[in-house]
Each structure stands twice: as C-alpha cells, then as structure tokens.
Design a binder for this molecule. Sequence first.
Ligand SMILES: *[C@@H]1O[C@H](CO)[C@@H](O)[C@H](O)[C@H]1NC(C)=O
Ligand SMILES: *[C@@H]1O[C@H](CO)[C@@H](O)[C@H](O)[C@H]1NC(C)=O
Ligand SMILES: *[C@@H]1O[C@H](CO)[C@@H](O)[C@H](O)[C@H]1NC(C)=O
Ligand SMILES: *[C@@H]1O[C@H](CO)[C@@H](O)[C@H](O)[C@H]1NC(C)=O
Ligand SMILES: *[C@@H]1O[C@H](CO)[C@@H](O)[C@H](O)[C@H]1NC(C)=O
Ligand SMILES: *[C@@H]1O[C@H](CO)[C@@H](O)[C@H](O)[C@H]1NC(C)=O
Length: 326
Amino acid sequence: MKHKKIIKILVILCILTVLYFYNLNINLSIILNISTKQFELKTDSEVTYPVTLSGEFVLNNLTICPRDRYVTALVLVHTAAQHFERRRNIRSTYGSKKLFLPTEVRVVFLVGIVQNLKIQEKIQEEHTQYGDIIQGQFIDTYHNLTNKGIMGFRWILNYCNNVDYVIKVDDDVIFDMWRFLDNLEAFNSTRSMFCTPIYDGQIFRDGKWTVPESQFVGVTNWPWTYCQGFVVIMTGEVIRELFHAAHVTPFLWIDDVYLFGYLPFQTGNITIRPMPKMLQLEPNPEGGLCLSVAGSECPMVAVGVEEKMFKFHWKMILLRNNKTFS
Ligand SMILES: *[C@@H]1O[C@H](CO)[C@@H](O)[C@H](O)[C@H]1NC(C)=O
Ligand SMILES: *[C@@H]1O[C@H](CO)[C@@H](O)[C@H](O)[C@H]1NC(C)=O
Ligand SMILES: *[C@@H]1O[C@H](CO)[C@@H](O)[C@H](O)[C@H]1NC(C)=O
Ligand SMILES: *[C@@H]1O[C@H](CO)[C@@H](O)[C@H](O)[C@H]1NC(C)=O
Ligand SMILES: *[C@@H]1O[C@H](CO)[C@@H](O)[C@H](O)[C@H]1NC(C)=O
Ligand SMILES: *[C@@H]1O[C@H](CO)[C@@H](O)[C@H](O)[C@H]1NC(C)=O
C-alpha cells in the first residue's frame, strides 16, 4: 500500500519535471505562430494591415532632408492635428535645426486627416509657413497611431533615407538634443532601438488599451519585448526592415506594441536596448523636476512636459548645456 503511494508520487514528479523542461524549451516563435494562427482562424476575413503602407501624402515636403549628405538625427513627432501650440514649442526649441549646425538635425510632424475644415485650413497654413508637416490619408485619431507610425517609416524611406538616427517622440516631449549629440558613442550599435523596454507586458482586455478578444487568443502577455513609445531612438538602417515587416504583420492598434515590439520581433534581427545610463527617459512630471533641480547631473535626455511648462524646461536645458539665453 505504502509503496504504491510512493510510486504514484514519483510518477507525478517525473511528469511535472518533463512538463517543466518542455515548457522552458517552448520558444517564442512557436507561441507566436500559434497565436497568429488562431487569430487568422477566428477572424479570417478581418485580418488587416496598416492602411498607410501605400497612398498619397496630403501634405508633404520633398526637400526637408539633403540628398547629398547624412542627417544625424531626424525627429519624428507623432502629433495630434489640433496641437498647434505643442508644434510651435518644439520648432522654437530642440526642433530648430539652426541650433545644432554643422550637425544636421531635422524635425517632421506626422498628422492624419481631420474632418473639421477650419482645423485643416490652419494646418495647411502652418505647412505653408514651416514646410514640416507630413499628412497622410487616415483619420487622425488615437486608434490610428499605428498607421501614423507606418506612414512615418514610409516617408523616411522615400524622402529622408540618409539618416543616422530616427528619434520618435510624442508631441508632449522635450528632448535634450545637445546631450544626445554629445553622447552619440553611447548609441554605437547597429540594428537597434533604444528606449525604455517593457518586458512581458500585459495584454489588456478592457480599459484604455483594450485588445479585442479575437486577437492573441489565450495569451495574457505580449510574447515580445516592446518600447515604451513616448521616445524611441532607432538606428537609421532598421526603418526599411520595419516597413517591410509591416506588410506581413497583422494590424494592431496599440502603436507602441506594434511599431516597437511586434515589427522588430518579426524581423528577428533588431535589438531593443535600454537607454544609456546618463540618457534616461521620463514621461512623468518627475522628469521636469529632475531637470530643474539637478541640471547637468539629471540623468534624463527627454522628459514629458505640459504645454505651460515647456519654455521653462527649455531654459533648464539651455542652462545645463552652457548655452546662453536668446
Ligand atoms: C510558423 O508556421 C509556419 C506555417 O505553419 C511555418 O512555415 C514557419 O516555419 C513557422 N515559423 C516559425 C518561426 O516557427
Ligand atoms: C521644405 O523644407 C525645406 C527645408 O526645411 C524648406 O526650405 C522649404 O521651404 C520647404 N518647402 C515647402 C514647399 O514647404
Ligand atoms: C483610421 O483611419 C482609417 C482610414 O482613414 C479610417 O477608415 C478608420 O476609421 C480610422 N480608425 C479610427 C479608429 O479612427
Ligand atoms: C563605433 O564602433 C566602431 C567599432 O567598434 C568604430 O569603428 C566606430 O568608430 C565607432 N563609432 C563611434 C561614433 O564611436
Ligand atoms: C534581417 O532580417 C531580415 C528578415 O527578417 C532580412 O531580410 C535581412 O537581410 C536581415 N538583415 C541582416 C543584416 O541580417
Ligand atoms: C558647462 O560648463 C561647466 C563649467 O565650465 C563644465 O564643467 C561643464 O562640463 C559644461 N557642460 C557642458 C555640457 O558643456
């Protein structure tokens, strides 16, 4: 009687051990394959890809980047169409290419279509004045940010292909371009995305970042690492492969997870790396506080900032880079 019990326990232990090692050996691509397959089985007719893989630009400027030499940093700003003030702030600060010469820095603002004609007119006027708006044929909404990002990649391939670094930012970010340019050696890896990586991020089935139940069936966490999207620094050569990957990667509206996770994962040879030590990213107000209080000792290179604090934080950035106020 006692022996039988012991044998039973041993058998169970053996099975558990086998299962344990088997689990360890399941690699991500198999999980991904399974989930992609389920996705396709369940919603065959609904599998879609980004709408901006092709199509005309409504507003564009073909001569932003020089053809004959490299742009060191191209800033791609994901901006909401009606955020005129934020774009003004960026243009007059780290988006002003004059400040960094002879290093070539460029900024473009990515927007979609708006149905309000008055706003559209204002955007057209803004573009006439500054020539830095790229407008694509998709409706400018929060759920279309993945489409906005893909449009940005396509624009780079067509009109700004000689670029060392592409810096994706949201329009509520202030970026210390001097600190970045002074520390380029810290970004000396190819085929990389530098950002705040999110490992094993949760898939939400309700709330702000809801993923439909029909996508990634039975999966509770993203099977790839992705970047927190408010600032992502990419080496220029990855853009082409990300864009190609988007042709075979089913659309997912959560832009951070798609653009800076799913796509690099699909290519299999782009690495997501944490930011260097003295070039950290902080989306929350602590970032601004750090700039004000710690100056050049503050380890941030970019922080999230409210419109009304933008100029103030810019002064802090001038100060810590020994630039005079103008
Ligand atoms: C995914 O599945 C397809 C078809 O089932 C197979 O051809 C491919 O090799 C698989 N990919 C990986 C990375 O396992
Ligand atoms: C395009 O951008 C360049 C460089 O910023 C600028 O000189 C030019 O005026 C712009 N062109 C148009 C059509 O906006
Ligand atoms: C995204 O843009 C496309 C193309 O204009 C449009 O059909 C779709 O309704 C938009 N999606 C959202 C969620 O706004
Ligand atoms: C980056 O590293 C490579 C190889 O180590 C070296 O040849 C190159 O000069 C470095 N570039 C910079 C900007 O430090
Ligand atoms: C990276 O992977 C893609 C396919 O995903 C391939 O086309 C490309 O040649 C690879 N690049 C390098 C440098 O290995
Ligand atoms: C600013 O000036 C101080 C004092 O001369 C110097 O120690 C510091 O390295 C300078 N900072 C930058 C970013 O040039």
